[in-house]
Every structure is written in structure tokens, then in C-alpha cells.
Write a protein that binds this ligand. Structure first.
Ligand code: LLP
Length: 433
């Protein structure tokens, strides 16, 4: 009935999420409220770890792409599950360090890392830096030299794979700001530069082809191309690079018609192709990394809102306005993303009311969805929107000077605040007269 694995209707007729009554959560913490099930996050992590163990003898590491939802509680939780952490900015890196994540398991991504960010990473001995450009390799070489360190680097290669997803979140095509093209010879130039550096230990190649992908073939094609690239590097230089990161991008279910692949299916298919390539080409099996973000958190999160104005425009559309909107979830406005929702305090009633769920920001595109079917709502009801665990909190803003919501986590069945609600005082605290 619900897209979320953790949702059900409880005896009181309310929506329960991860074992906790959502109406009680809304009363206790106020709305809008992000709710993240760390119990669910742990279960998702376990699926990935089991798949890597089963199909590749555990010879690798799963990295959580923290851009999907980054705060100390989540960084700590995924680390406790044995995951590494992909960070893509100084802010994410700082959060991971503050959360006590082992720097050796932090991997630093980004297509335009600043001097300050690279310094922070190298000073703190992050495990791997994924170098995105020739200029960045020069920066790493220089900064590592100045700090008397040797930086472990993977070169981000662009394999020219087009995965069918939204144009804004496609990253493996040649015409991209990310990585160094294999076809154009740029990736090889990066490899040669890194090999020539005294302050860089070149460990391997990394790649990421896009996000919210529902097919296995693009990942398998990508793995094959990267293995071919590793092979040609060995032919050319005699150096066998031992690490391969195939990135993230595994799709999740937002609406019932979405049909995501399991971690077992994707990792199984990629691992099989890599192993076959290695067997056929007498190449050692690389340390294999995957980098899921959305697949770890999306379905483990919901957002609770309070229903305000309900406007029924005869023969046109019903608008159900909530106390949140594009400032806590910009994904409809950005990508036309689709969601499902439920009136949490009427969860046992039939869902037969079709409406646009509208935010409170001053623009017409500020919707959670244009046509969502829910129980008949009234002012004061609690509306739960599902599958908001990824790229909601992390993409939130203060648009219209709205304070960002709090995040509550459910950990071993208990709820607690992981991120406190912003106040109006917070909003003006950066302002100078
Ligand atoms: N690795 C790299 C290098 C990435 O750029 C990304 C996502 C991931 C891993 C994780 O991808 P995931 O498993 O979460 O699909 N804001 C967009 C998604 C942007 C994804 C950016 N990169 C959205 O809300 O759909």
C-alpha cells in the first residue's frame, strides 16, 4: 500500500514509520519535520555489504555518498556499518571528521575542489582523493609536497556512458563537467601525470555515470570500459592499478511504478563482469568500490507537514498547502520529481482525494507534486510525504527566509533529534547591520 518498506497503519489508525507513530512525532517535535530511520539505513547498508561479500568476496568497500543526506548522525551510522564515506565539499568532509569517521575511510570527490578543501583533506589524511582534472592533480602534487604527505589518488575517468535519467543528474556522457574523458585521451594524461608525481600514490580509476538509474546494463558497460582502461594502462606503462570505483546512482522507488534494482542484482552483475574480464585477461581483480547515496537513505526518510489552506478550484484542481515546500524539498521544482503522500492521522481512511500538494513559497512551481492522491485533508491534519530521505535535507534552503526543519532519527526504535530546527534568530545571526 505504501512505497516505503517502513510504513504501516497502526491500531490508532495513524501512519507508523519505522515502528513510531508519525502523528505523535509531529506533536512532539513540530512540523515540518524530516524523519530518518537509522534502523532502515542500517538495513540498507547491510544489503550492500552482503552483496559485496557474496559476489566479490568482500574485496572492496561500499562508500555512502553523503551528499544524499549529510549530518553527524547519518555519517556515524553508516560508518558503524563498515561503510566508507564519499564527501564532495569541505563542509561534508568537516561533518564526517566531526562525526568521528576514520579519515582513512573518507574519499574526497568534486569537480572543482578549492585550495582550502584540498588542504583540509590532505592535512587530515583522507584515504582517497578522486582527482577530477589535470589542474587538480597539479594542486594535489603541490599541496601534498608542502605538507610532506603522499596523497592516495584515483583518477576520475569519464567513460562516455549515457544512462537514461534526468539530464541534470547524468554524469557519464562525454559532454560533462565531470572527470577526464577516456575517449579523448584526457584520462590517460591524468594517469601519466599522477604516476610521474612523487607526492601522489595513484591507486586506480573512479567513475560515476549518473543517478536514479533503473537498468543494470549501464553499470556493466561502465565496468567493462573501466577494466579495459586499466588494462590499457598496464600495456602502456607496465603499472597495474589495483582499485576501481564504479560510483553510485542506483534508483529507488518514489512511486509504485518505479522498479528499482536490488544491491544484490547490480553488484552481482558488475562483479561478474569484472571477474570475467580479469580471468580472460590475466589481470588481478581490483579492490572494488560502489558509492550509493540515494539507495541508502531515500526510502528511509519521510517528511511530516501540517496541512494549512485547502483550496478547491471547481473543475480545475484542489490545492492542499503545507507548512513546508521547495525550501525543504526542491526536487519537484528542479526535476519534476514525483512523490506519494498520506494524511498521517487518517491513514486508515481511503485515499481518494486528488490534489496538488503546495508549499508556502512565493512561486507557483513550489509544489511537492501536482497530482497526488491522499485521504481527504483538513486544516491541521498531518501530511506525510514518502521517500524524502535523499536530496531533501541536503538540498534545503532558507528561501523566503523559512527556517530549515529539524530532523528526527529513529534508532533502535527510539526517536531523537539529529538536527535541530532552525530559528528566526539563526536566520539573522549571519547578518551585519
Ligand atoms: N558518486 C558521485 C560521484 C556522485 O556524483 C553521486 C551523486 C553519487 C555517488 C551518489 O549517487 P546516488 O546513489 O545518490 O544516485 N540532487 C539529485 C541527485 C544528484 C546526484 C549527484 N551525484 C536528485 O535530487 O535527484
Amino acid at each position: 500500500m505504501f512505497v516505503s518498506d517502513h510504513a504501516k497503519v497502526n491500531a490508532a489508525g495513524n501512519l507508523e514509520f519505522s515502528g513510531v507513530d508519525t502523528v505523535a512525532l509531529a506533536q512532539k517535535y513540530g512540523t515540518p519535520l524530516y524523519v530518518t530511520s537509522l534502523d532502515g539505513v542500517k538495513a540498507s547498508c547491510a544489503e550492500f555489504t552482503a552483496a559485496l561479500d557474496k559476489h566479490y568476496g568482500g574485496n572492496g568497500m561500499i562508500l555512502y555518498a553523503s551528499k544524499a543526506n549529510c549530518n553527524k548522525a547519518i555519517c556515524k551510522t553508516v560508518s558503524s556499518c563498515g561503510f566508507g564515506l564519499d564527501v564532495v565539499s569541505g563542509g561534508e568532509l568537516y561533518t564526517a571528521l566531526q562525526a568521528g569517521v576514520d579519515p582513512a575511510r573518507i574519499c574526497f570527490h568534486g569537480n572543482n575542489k578549492t585550495e582550502t578543501e584540498l588542504r583540509l583533506a590532505i592535512e587530515n589524511d583522507v584515504g582517497r582523493i578522486f582527482a577530477d582534472s589535470l589542474a587538480e592533480l597539479d594542486d594535489i602534487e603541490r599541496i601534498a609536497g608542502e605538507l610532506g604527505k603522499k596523497a592516495k589518488v584515483l583518477v576520475r575517468a569519464n567513460p562516455g556512458v549515457e544512462a537514461s535519467t534526468h539530464e541534470y543528474i547524468m554524469t557519464g556522457q562525454v559532454d560533462s563537467k565531470f572527470g577526464l574523458s577516456i575517449d579523448k585521451g584526457d584520462a590517460l594524461a591524468g594517469v601519466l601525470k599522477a604516476l610521474a608525481s612523487d607526492n601522489i600514490e595513484l591507486a586506480g580509476i573512479d567513475c560515476h555515470i549518473g543517478s536514479q538509474i533503473f537498468e543494470v546494463l549501464p553499470f556493466v558497460d561502465e565496468a567493462e570500459m573501466l577494466m579495459n582502461f586499466l588494462f590499457s594502462i598496464r600495456e602502456l606503462t607496465g603499472v597495474t592499478l589495483g582499485e576501481l570505483n564504479v560510483g553510485g546512482g542506483f534508483g529507488v522507488r518514489y512511486v509504485p511504478s518505479d522498479d528499482p534494482l536490488s544491491a544484490d542484482r547490480i553488484i552481482g552483475a558488475v562483479a561478474a563482469r569484472v571477474k570475467r574480464f580479469c580471468a580472460e585477461n590475466d589481470f588481478p581483480e581490483p579492490f572494488l568500490m560502489f558509492e550509493p547515496g540515494r539507495a541508502i537513505v531515500a526510502n528511509n526518510g519521510i517528511t511530516l507537514y501540517t496541512v494549512g489552506c485547502v483550496k478547491e478550484i471547481a473543475d480545475v484542481r484542489n490545492y492542499v498547502s503545507i507548512d513546508g515546500g521547495m525550501f525543504d524539498n526542491p526536487r519537484y521544482a528542479l526535476y519534476g520529481a514525483r512523490y506519494t503522500a498520506c494524511v498521517a492521522n487518517k491513514a486508515s481512511q481511503p485515499a481518494d482525494y486528488r490534489a496538488a500538494i503546495a508549499g508556502k513559497c512565493c512561486e507557483s512551481g513550489d509544489l511537492i507534486g501536482k497530482e497526488i492522491t491522499i485521504q481527504r485533508p483538513e486544516r491541521g491534519d498531518i501530511l506525510a510525504v514518502f521517500t524524502t530521505g535523499a536530496y531533501n535535507y541536503s538540498m534545503a534552503s532558507n528561501y523566503n527566509r523559512n527556517p530549515r526543519p529539524a530532523m528526527v532519527v529513529i534508532d533502535d526504535g527510539e526517536d531523537r533529534i539529529a538536527v535541530r530546527r532552525e530559528t528566526y534568530a539563526d536566520l539573522v545571526s549571519f547578518d551585519e547591520e
